[in-house]
Design a protein around this ligand. Structure first.
Ligand SMILES: Nc1nc2c(ncn2[C@@H]2O[C@H](COP(=O)(O)OP(=O)(O)OP(=O)(O)O)[C@@H](O)[C@H]2O)c(=O)[nH]1
Ligand SMILES: [Mg+2]
Ligand SMILES: [Zn+2]
Length: 319
C-alpha cells in the first residue's frame, strides 16, 4: 500500500539499519525511508555516534524523485540506553573512541550452549557483569540442550536461578524452547550475543520460521538480509520486536568496569559486603572479609566468587 508522498512531512520512527551514512528508518506508521543526516541534524545525546540502530528519530520527507534519499533526519531523540564498543583507533582515523552498536536496547540475550562449545560459567559471569554495569536486563539462553542427556547443565545453572536471572533452555536443532524464547522477545529490542558456535544464527533463523524467506529477501532497500555480517541491522521479528546480532563480549566497551566498582556488579555481594572490616575491601586478601565468609558458609556460590577473582585479575590495575 503506497501512501502518496508529501515533501516536507514530518514523522517519527526508529533507525533499523545503518550502512555508511545511509540510515533506514521505519516510521511509527510502518513505512520505510532511506534517510541521511544534514549539518543541521540535532541530537539530544552527547555520545559521539550521531545515529545508531535503535535510535528514535524525527524525519522530514524530501522532494520525491529529486534525490537518492527520501527523508532527512532532523532530530535524534535521547537514548534510554546505549550498547557501545571501543573503536580500533589504529584502523580508524575517526577521533571517536567509542562507537554505539545499538541504542535503546531493552535486553541483552546471552546465548551459551550446553556442549560444543562447553558451557562456561566464567563467560556467563562476564556477560552478567557487563549487563549489570550497563543496567541492561539479561536473558540467558542455554542452547543445544539436545546434547545433554544428564542433569549436568541444570546443575551448573543453579546459582543463576537462585539469583533470579531469566534462563531459557533451548534446542534450535530440535526446536525446543522456541515458544518461550519468542515470548521473551516479543515487542522488545533485544541484542543477541554469545561465543562463536553456540547457535545464535540457528536460533535466529528458527525464530523467523516461515517468515525467514521474506526476511532473507529483506524489505530493507539495501538488499541485505538475515545472513548479513553487518552488526548494525535490526531484524524485525514476525510477532513484533527486533533483534540485533552483536559482537562478542571482548568487543564490548568494558571501560566502565574497574577493580573498584566490579564488586557492585555481582548482585549477591551487596549484602555480604557490609560485613567487610574495610570499606575499601577488594575481597581478595583482606582479613575479616564478608564476601569470603559468605563463600565459606555457602551463602555465595564459590564458582561465582572464582569468576569475581578472575575478572578482578584481568582488569588493569590502573584503569
Ligand atoms: N546439537 C545442536 N546443534 C546446534 C544447535 N543449534 C545450533 N547447532 C549447530 O551448532 C553449529 C553452530 O551454530 P551457529 O548458529 O552457526 O552458531 P553461531 O552462534 O551463530 O556462531 P557464530 O556465527 O560463529 O558466532 C552449527 O553446526 C549448528 O547446526 C542445537 O540446538 N543443537
Ligand atoms: Mg552466527
Ligand atoms: Zn571483603
Amino acid at each position: 500500500m503506497e501512501r502518496k508522498r508529501v515533501a516536507g512531512e514530518v514523522m517519527k520512527g526508529m533507525v533499523v539499519e545503518v550502512t555508511g551514512s545511509t540510515y533506514m528508518v521505519v516510521t511509527d506508521g510502518g513505512e520505510e525511508f532511506r534517510c541521511r543526516t544534514t549539518p543541521g541534524t540535532k541530537t539530544e545525546n552527547n555520545f559521539s555516534s550521531l545515529v545508531a540502530v535503535g535510535d528514535r528519530v524525527v524525519l522530514k520527507e524530501t522532494e520525491t524523485g529529486t534525490e537518492l534519499f527520501e527523508a532527512v533526519i532532523t532530530l535524534v531523540e535521547r537514548r534510554r540506553s546505549a550498547l557501545t564498543r571501543k573503536r580500533d583507533l589504529r584502523r580508524n582515523r575517526s577521533k571517536e573512541k567509542v562507537q554505539v552498536i545499538a541504542a535503546n536496547i531493552d535486553q541483552l540475550v546471552v546465548v551459551v550452549s550446553a556442549f560444543d562449545p562447553p558451557l562456561s560459567t566464567r563467560l556467563i559471569d562476564r556477560y552478567l557483569v557487563f549487563a549489570e554495569s550497563e543496567q541492561l536486563k539479561t536473558v540467558i539462553v542455554v542452547n543445544k540442550m539436545d546434547l545433554d542427556d544428564s542433569t549436568e547443565t541444570r546443575e551448573l545453572m543453579k546459582p543463576y536461578h537462585a539469583l533470579n536471572y531469566r534462563i531459557l533452555y533451548t534446542s534450535a536443532e530440535e526446536k525446543n524452547g522456541m515458544k518461550a524464547l519468542r515470548k521473551v522477545l516479543a515487542g522488545k529490542l533485544s541484542a543477541f550475543s554469545g561465543h562463536s558456535g553456540v547457535g545464535k544464527s540457528t536460533l535466529i533463523n528458527e525464530l523467523f520460521g516461515s517468515e525467514r524467506l521474506r526476511t532473507g529477501e529483506t524489505n530493507w532497500k539495501t538488499g541485505k538480509g538475515l545472513h548479513t555480517t553487518s552488526s548494525s541491522i535490526m531484524l524485525p521479528l514476525p510477532r513484533g520486536g527486533y533483534i540485533i546480532d552483536t559482537p562478542g563480549i571482548r568487543e564490548f566497551n568494558l571501560s566502565g568496569i574497574t577493580r573498584e566498582n566490579l564488586r557492585f556488579y555481582f548482585k549477591e555481594f551487596l549484602l555480604a559486603m557490609q560485613d567487610c572490616a574495610y570499606s575499601s575491601c577488594s575481597h581478595t586478601v583482606e582479613p575479616e572479609c564478608g564476601i569470603r565468609k559468605a563463600v565459606e558458609s555457602g551463602r555465595i556460590d564459590p564458582e561465582r566468587y572464582e569468576s569475581y577473582l578472575a575478572i578482578y585479575e584481568s582488569i588493569d590495575r590502573d584503569s
